[in-house]
Design a protein around this ligand. Structure first.
Ligand code: ZN
Length: 129
């Protein structure tokens, strides 16, 4: 799976974003160690707190399908670099502290290791697991 293909899948997933309130559509494509890719989009809700980000949508889809090991995630939006929010960084860290994060917006691409986005992250090892 090339980075270009993963970014393309994130851009495709973005088309399904349900964002009537913010208008900020995001798509994500999460690459598992076994080669499977799980996509997600953000899903907003009139009760704002129920809104789910694209990254966690993809992650929950993967884990619910029995997949727990990940290599890379691509995240697509527009207007600014769509690095994951704090909640998504934490959720991704649970399963993949070494995850590589690719972001794309308006034709730009940037990348960062999750460990750089969430330094000194709290994960299973923090609880001795
Ligand atoms: Zn998020």
């Amino acid at each position: 799976m090339t980075d270009e293909k993963l970014l393309e899948l994130a851009l495709d997933a973005r088309k399904n974003a349900y964002v009537p309130y913010s208008g900020y559509a995001v798509g994500a494509a999460l690459l598992a160690e076994d080669g499977r890719v799980f996509t997600g989009c953000n899903v907003e809700n009139a009760a704002y707190g129920n809104t789910l980000c694209a990254e966690r949508t993809a992650l929950v889809k993967a884990v619910s399908e029995g997949c727990r090991r990940f290599i890379k995630i691509a995240i697509a939006s527009a207007g600014s670099a769509p690095y994951p929010c704090g909640a998504c960084r934490q959720s991704l860290y649970e399963f993949a502290p070494e995850l590589e994060v690719l972001v794309t917006w308006d034709g730009n691409v940037a990348r960062a290791p999750l460990g750089e986005l969430l330094p000194h992250g709290f994960g299973p090892s923090s609880l001795g697991k």
